[in-house]
Design a protein around this ligand. Structure first.
Ligand SMILES: C[S@@+](CC[C@H](N)C(=O)[O-])C[C@H]1O[C@@H](n2cnc3c(N)ncnc32)[C@H](O)[C@@H]1O
Length: 326
């Protein structure tokens, strides 16, 4: 549990408070629980945690945890106060809090931070995880930075956290860096990396390849990896989209979700059977969406000058383990 010393420290800035929250697993869990509450009721006011069970979100496969403390435990109030000092919550009464507008995207990211060490990557490919320390790493499509933070904690010498969403990078910037370790945040596309040839030793990319052009992105990964470098890519199995279709809900969001799942299945089949990467159009933008299978990935990776050294089925999110020749 986080030390209560900051309560009386008038010099602690909101960012310093936030750093303490992210470093404390129970505070992250509390923030992740709040994120679950806010998804169901964005105007929720929290005064006392009467029901500590996490509210699951049927739209998301990121688990929402339970509140970390039993009802009546004084640490509940300490955590709520700390979240308020960090600017994530606002006081709406002597004992009650609601999410601040600046705090909402940060709180929304915390379920991923809570879950980040639970996906079994070490068991999947220890050679990658055990050799991050001291190395230059690219987190390709870092999103809100949960993977970046994990890589920094593993001891990476430097992590380039790259994403094309300014909004997600903004959250990552606030949550991911650890004192004394280095990460840089770059807004760019994984299909055209603004990095020099051979400048990173490891690439981690969690559920990004399904959303981009595979050939362009894998060629870029091969270009920026140093000889002998490793890449760990978390992907989508066909079951990722099938499961989402089976859970279709009769709402506008549910129908939109189902439509995306159909695009994912069609895109994956086009890639697998025809070697094509269709770019779909929504009202706002063009996008790629596909699933990946072992044979398809082995072929694409080889075409880009790398080798698929391991394939871990891992449910709906298989893991492709790649090596660039020395
Ligand atoms: C499902 S999220 C995964 C984020 C993060 N890797 C994680 O595991 O939490 C996919 C991410 O890919 C990013 N993305 C999609 N297309 C991209 C592109 N062409 N270049 C860089 N990032 C991209 C999105 O902005 C989003 O943050």
């Amino acid at each position: 549990m986080m030390e209560a010393d900051t309560a009386n420290d008038a010099r602690a800035t909101p960012d310093a408070e936030l750093a303490k929250i992210v470093a404390d697993p129970q505070s992250v869990q509390a923030g992740a629980w709040l994120a679950g509450v806010l998804r169901h009721n964005p105007r929720a006011v929290v005064s006392d945690v009467a029901d500590p069970r996490g509210v699951p979100d049927p739209n998301s496969d990121v688990p929402i945890p339970d509140w970390p403390f039993a009802p009546g435990d004084g640490r509940s109030r300490q955590v709520l106060e700390a979240l308020a000092r960090a600017g994530l919550l606002e006081r709406v009464g002597a004992e009650a809090f609601c999410a601040s507008s600046a705090g909402r995207p940060i709180l929304a990211a915390l379920p991923l931070y809570h879950a980040r060490n639970r996906e079994g990557y070490e068991a999947a490919w220890a050679e990658f995880v055990d050799t991050v320390a001291g190395r230059r790493v690219l987190d390709a499509g870092c999103g809100v930075g949960a993977g970046t933070r994990w890589l920094v904690e593993l001891g990476a010498r430097h992590v380039v956290a790259l994403d094309h969403s300014a909004e997600r990078l903004g959250v990552a910037r606030r949550l991911a860096p650890c004192a004394g370790r280095s990460a840089s945040f770059v807004r760019a596309s994984v299909e055209c990396l603004p990095l020099q040839d051979g400048c990173v030793d490891r690439i981690f990319s969690r559920v990004v390849l399904p959303y981009v052009n595979h050939r362009r992105s894998l060629s870029e990964f091969a270009r920026v990896l140093a000889p002998g470098g490793l890449a760990m890519l978390i992907l989508h199995a066909p079951s990722f989209y099938l499961r989402s279709l089976l859970r279709i809900r009769p709402t506008v969001a549910g129908v939109r979700e189902a439509a995306y799942s159909v695009f994912g299945l069609l895109g994956g089949a086009a890639l697998e059977r025809l070697g094509r990467e269709p770019r779909w159009r929504s009202s706002r933008r063009g996008f790629h969406l596909a699933y990946e299978r072992r044979g398809t990935m082995a072929r694409l990776v080889e075409q880009c000058g790398m080798e698929l050294v391991r394939w871990v089925p891992a449910g709906t999110k298989p893991i492709a383990c790649l090596r660039k020749g020395a």
